[in-house]
Design a protein around this ligand. Structure first.
Ligand code: ZN
Length: 304
């Protein structure tokens, strides 16, 4: 068996690009810091819109080649993030992008939304057995914003954690991605006067499908040193994120913090020491002794 670094982080995302938009800075931060970062992407994102006119005919309703194309985009994004261990759940093409909630694409025989929970969780369990991550990151029960594949990624991850627990190899912590209400409030007031307001038509943070009270946030990962890596990774997903996206405009206005700081709630495990008003951790491995001899021995005894 190849010996992996002491600290091992597993991220479970629904589509190519979610890793970069949601957790890109955190991934780049831990990869650069010598942790082993494993990305599992559950679908190829076949149903995505295509923002590059010259590739428009790859769309699901036409050549249906977008999923394969996005494998390359994801590889480029991972390279930008310094992440070398990336996989598709069950292998590339096993599960298909389900499209938005209520679409006929939800019923496709390979739609991830319709996946057998234990089968999909079993595939993720194989990755957990191999990598033995201490920390897992995925979405909350609403999939952060309600997309069926994000909800399913949540369910599969939580089920895989249960299965791992039954084998005595449960990761110590499971985090869910989050955005604190204070950050959203600040963003909304910043943009009220702007012509390029991403919150246009929204009166209050209460009307957004996400936004977590600050006292429920567990970790604030300041990876501002990786903001450029995150932006490069997002740009690698050119079919999905137009070069003119407001995301890049915000990045220009808010600087490194918008791209470089990411937030999480803790769903499983014990919160480590933190700082500030709400005791936010500044490290997803806070409170975990990753180099404990018993843990290393257990990992060495693993199947691969
Ligand atoms: Zn997604």
């Amino acid at each position: 068996m190849t010996t992996l670094p002491d600290r091992r982080l597993l991220l479970v995302h629904a589509h190519p690009d979610d890793e970069s938009i949601g957790t890109g800075s955190t991934m780049a931060h831990y990869a650069a810091d010598g942790a082993h970062v494993t990305l599992v992407t559950c679908t190829l994102g076949e149903e995505g819109e295509i923002h590059l006119p010259e590739l428009a005919q790859l769309a699901a309703a036409e050549a249906d080649q977008l999923g394969g194309f996005r494998i390359g985009e994801l590889a480029a994004a991972c390279a930008a993030l310094g992440v070398t261990d990336h996989r598709f759940l069950g292998g590339a093409g096993r599960y298909r992008d389900s499209g938005m909630m209520g679409m006929v694409t939800n019923e496709h025989p390979r739609a991830f939304w319709a996946a057998d929970l234990d089968e999909a969780a079993g595939q993720l369990l194989e990755v957990i057995r191999e990598v033995r991550p201490q920390v897992v990151v995925t979405y909350d029960p609403n999939g952060f914003y309600g997309h069926p594949d994000h909800i399913q990624a949540h369910r599969v991850t939580m089920r895989a954690h249960e299965l791992a627990d039954a084998e005595g190899i449960a990761p110590d912590k499971v985090y869910w991605t989050a955005l604190p209400r204070s950050v959203l409030d600040a963003g909304m007031s910043h943009f009220t006067e702007s012509s390029d307001n991403p919150f246009a038509g929204i009166e209050s943070v209460d009307d957004l499908p996400f936004g977590t009270p600050d006292d429920q946030i567990a970790a604030r990962i300041d990876a501002t040193e990786q903001h450029a890596a995150k932006e490069a990774a997002m740009r690698a997903h050119g079919t999905q994120i137009p070069a003119t996206s407001w995301l890049y405009a915000i990045a220009g206005n808010f600087g490194a913090e918008f791209m470089g700081v990411e937030y999480f709630t803790l769903a499983v495990g014990e919160k480590g020491p933190g700082t500030g008003r709400y005791g936010w951790e500044d490290d997803l491995f806070a409170g975990i002794d990753a180099a404990a001899p018993t843990r290393v021995a257990a990992a060495m005894a693993g199947p691969r």
